[in-house]
Design a protein around this ligand. Sequence first.
Ligand code: MG
Length: 252
Amino acid sequence: MIYLKSPSEITKIRKASQVIGELLDAISAMISPGVSTWELDKYAESFIHERGGKPAFKGYKIAGLKPFPGTLCTSPNSCIVHGIPSKKVILKEGDIIGIDVGVIKDGFYGDAARTYAVGQISAEASRLMEATRTALFKGIQAAVDGARVGDISHAIGSYIASQGYYPADDLTGHGVGRMLHEDPQIPNSGKAGYGPRLRAGMTLAIEPMVNIGTNRVIEKGWEFFAADGSLSAHYEHSILVTDAEAEILTKA
Ligand code: MG
């Protein structure tokens, strides 16, 4: 079941999403060698509460795991997604770190992620980040009324392949808004012209997760890693499908 949101629901989703855009901007000033992912997490939690929201990931439950403990998912280097913030994870010069955050405000959800460079990073890491960010925007461009989910997947996946990279297996984007995760799933590769039809009023979280060396993943509890230990990047926006260009709800 894919929900079409009413104008008043969209207004609330937009407000929750704006907190995320502002937070991901504010966090960029904190990213530097010596900072722990726990410090980033505490900062994010206060930031969200001060703006009348609540962290959407904290306490999130999936079968067989303890509830997710963080406000943020903080995923360095070969960690693809769902990294747990920790005092023991200290950012180092040359790292890349994916930061993913969900906010619930007035009953509605937004979700977005960015990857940040810690100090000077390698040309390879920089190229991966740029390609992943571009893949996100290719996906957003494909998300128009009348297109299909497969058009988004194809736009993302074909661009990733053209750069010589790999979308992480089994990790997808999703509908968002009334819940953190709604239908449809939005794979990061696939066939154009297939899948559910997109309609104006759908709100979607599009999120390419891209590895340099392999599509295979290893799960360790909550955390997903590139199976070959290669670098992984992640960018995500919550968007509103419209008759024209999609509106980016979590924009900076
Ligand atoms: Mg998401």
